[in-house]
Design a protein around this ligand. Sequence first.
Ligand code: PEP
Length: 212
Amino acid sequence: MKPLIIANWKSNPDSFSKAKELFSQIPKKENVIICPPNIYFSLGGNVNLGSQNCFFQSGAFTGEISPEMLKSLKINYVILGHSERRNYFEETNELISKKVKACLKENLKIILCVGEKKGESLSSVLKKQLSSFQKGVFAVAYEPVWAIGTGQACKSEEAEKALKLIKKKVNCKVLYGGSVNGSNFKDYLKVGFDGVLVGGASLKIKEFKKML
Ligand code: PEP
């Protein structure tokens, strides 16, 4: 099985034309999933697409996107519980659990993000955050918060400890995310991760292509 490479573009790039240009350089590969801002989905052609978030229902929830909407557009993947959602938008484990349940109902492939902040206990954070896990979740992404977007990736030996703890608790693919780049991504595969979740480096096409 080829390792999964999931690109999280976050709120980038800042224009439709730049998104078009970026998509035009990404070859379709079955193990590669691109999660752009939803407003750019139509540019994705036939690459595998994922959403960076979604709400748990349709209706009077201004600004939100529902699992049913994603399903109807054949967006098969969804990231839930990203640390930026938890920290900037105050998403709780309870809310994330509702989202997981609703996305499972639509058979979306969920990538559930977990990870500790600097100084927090890894095992207690995992215990709390993995309470949102339900049977059928496609992958858990271990993303230590202090490694995201900082250029300070977690050493693969350290990440391996988290991988083992996660594998003890849940049965699904486990990915690593946090300052992954074209040089270090193989280290995480070597210690047993099933793939990587890539933020910043997925916007630099040369860097991203090294992984592909
Ligand atoms: C992410 O956003 O999930 C992420 C891992 O970002 P970066 O690769 O930029 O650290």
